[in-house]
Design a protein around this ligand. Structure first.
Ligand SMILES: N[C@@H](CCC(=O)N[C@@H](CS)C(=O)NCC(=O)O)C(=O)O
Length: 181
């Protein structure tokens, strides 16, 4: 998400892939030891993704993607980030040893993903209208992440979301940022 936002806002940044689980070097900058982390001049770190979106907006010559006064937009952003976090939590549970995985945790995250997609499908124009640039970016990234780490089955239930995902996914920023071929 952060990378796509940076590309869409045409901000110059260097993208580095790290193994976050062994990234002790990051602790001095981001004690959460999480990605994404935006490092500025090897001194200052901006995290988490929301702070990076705001930073890219401030650095960009293009019109801002985020209206800091809009709590409605902030909530739509939370929904999209929450969808991808539910998918991440699902994924993290599935990579645990089988005998330690919790069906309850998996079910909870699946239900959350389902609710989020149902919510967006019921308010499709609020997320995909012409001026909803940040929403479209975050929704496009979240839906592809669900495809990638969970399942593509949702596409049958939410065809408008699927069509949006396919259309938005054709953007250069998405093609460059996709973690698989
Ligand atoms: N709310 C954070 C979530 C960051 C996050 O969960 N990052 C994951 C990868 S996508 C991570 O770094 N996981 C490693 C860990 O937590 O140890 C954001 O939006 O940046």
């Amino acid at each position: 998400m952060a990378r796509v936002v940076g590309l869409e806002q045409r901000v110059g940044f260097e993208y580095r892939i790290i193994d976050v689980y062994s990234a002790a070097f990051l602790d001095r900058l981001n004690p959460l030891r999480q990605i994404p982390t935006l490092v500025i001049d090897d001194e200052e770190a901006i995290f988490d993704s929301r702070a990076i979106f705001a930073c890219f907006d401030a650095m960009s010559d293009l019109p801002p993607l985020i209206d800091p006064a809009s709590t409605t937009q902030a909530t739509r952003i939370s929904l999209c980030i929450g969808l991808s976090e539910a998918c991440l939590a699902y994924r993290m549970e599935t990579v645990r040893p089988r005998n330690r995985q919790s069906p309850d945790v998996l079910d909870k995250q699946i239900a959350r993903m389902q609710r989020c997609m149902g919510h967006v499908a019921g308010r499709f124009d609020d997320f995909t209208g012409e001026d909803r640039r940040i929403e479209k970016i975050l929704l496009g990234c979240s839906l592809e992440y669900v495809d990638y780490r969970f399942s593509r089955a949702w596409r049958n239930e939410f065809p408008r979301l699927a069509a949006f995902s396919d259309q938005f996914g054709a953007r250069d920023s998405m093609a460059v940022s996709r973690p698989y071929g």
